[in-house]
Design a protein around this ligand. Structure first.
Ligand code: HEM
Length: 281
């Protein structure tokens, strides 16, 4: 369709203005849906950024789960470079996720109190997409499905994620296929349980890292996993510090002890053998 110059400056070198229905941008991005999903529960002007930051983080969780599922599949098919590419994308995304703490990082208790009671029993603890991230990292727990009993789609997705191998299970499978002595107890473990580190696997990583000339590809994989582990640990700690500033040692809206509970979660190392092995290289 031809364009005619008008007061807005549209001409043959200007963007199209004329669409029969919704714009192709809208059809792809669904920005109208996305920007009308903000329903604050208080009159406090500061609540909007709390709600949107939480929504933005949910979107990043979704992208990161997608990358780690891509990486898991690639590892199962012995396509290590594809897995490393997906993990590296997730590292950049984790950086962006962590940067989104900025608007909430310095909330005072009075500012947070302005909308906190309106949140009722709502808590990030009930985030199903965060739980899928944790499951992919090997932090499995059937009891984490309980809050989602009333939401069939969410529950089914979490149940599937609970049963499936974690990203780290796929890594161990790959190491075993490459002839490394991964113990049967790690390969045939009950996938619905939390992964427990072993000295045998720690020894494998120490051996891999000690011979960089022979193990380039596996070391690249190990380093991408270590980057992921570090950034997840940073997310947990940034969350902990933001919480400490916003509410001190009060109990959480989700019913936990709050900061004391988060401290224990934040202490955990992701992919522990990739850290402990470093003492033995
Ligand atoms: C400064 C604002 C925030 C405070 C004060 C806060 C506070 C808390 C507290 C006390 C808990 C422990 C569970 C409970 O009893 O509620 C928790 C858990 C959690 N929060 Fe937040 N939170 C904040 C912001 C966020 C944001 C923006 C997100 C993004 C989605 C988030 C995601 C989570 C997740 C995923 C958990 C569960 C962590 C786990 O299972 O280890 N929180 N939060």
């Amino acid at each position: 369709m031809s364009q005619h110059p008008d007061a807005s400056g549209a001409g043959s070198d200007s963007p199209n203005l004329d669409f029969a229905g919704t714009t192709p941008y809208e059809d792809y991005v669904q920005a109208d849906v996305l920007t009308h999903l903000q329903h604050p529960v208080s009159d406090d002007p500061g609540e909007m950024v709390f709600l949107v930051t939480t929504q933005v983080m949910e979107l990043w969780f979704t992208v990161i789960v997608h990358e780690w599922e891509t990486a898991s599949r690639a590892l199962r098919e012995d396509r290590v470079p594809v897995a490393v590419d997906a993990l590296k994308r997730s590292v950049r995304e984790l950086e962006a996720l962590n940067a989104s703490w900025t608007p909430l990082g310095q909330l005072t208790p009075a500012q947070f109190n302005s909308y906190r009671s309106a949140l009722g029993d709502g808590s990030g603890f009930q985030s199903a997409m965060y739980r899928r991230m944790e499951f992919l990292l090997g932090e499995k727990s059937a009891s984490m499905l309980v809050p989602h009993r009333g939401a069939p789609r969410v529950h089914a997705e979490l149940e599937k994620a609970l049963q499936e191998p974690s990203l780290y299970d796929e890594v161990l499978g790959l190491l075993a296929r490459r002839g490394l002595p991964v113990p049967a107890s790690a390969l045939n473990r009950d996938l619905t349980q939390k992964y427990e580190p072993s000295e045998a696997v720690e020894g494998i990583w120490a051996g891999v890292y000690a011979e960089p000339d022979q193990n380039g590809e596996v070391i690249r994989l190990g380093e991408a996993l270590t980057d992921v582990a570090e950034l997840v640990w940073r997310w947990r700690n940034d969350h902990l510090v933001a919480t400490r500033r916003a509410m001190g040692s009060k109990t959480g809206t989700g019913g936990s002890a709050g900061v004391a509970w988060l401290e224990k979660r934040a202490q955990k190392n992701v992919f522990p053998e990739l850290w402990t092995a470093r003492s033995h290289v």
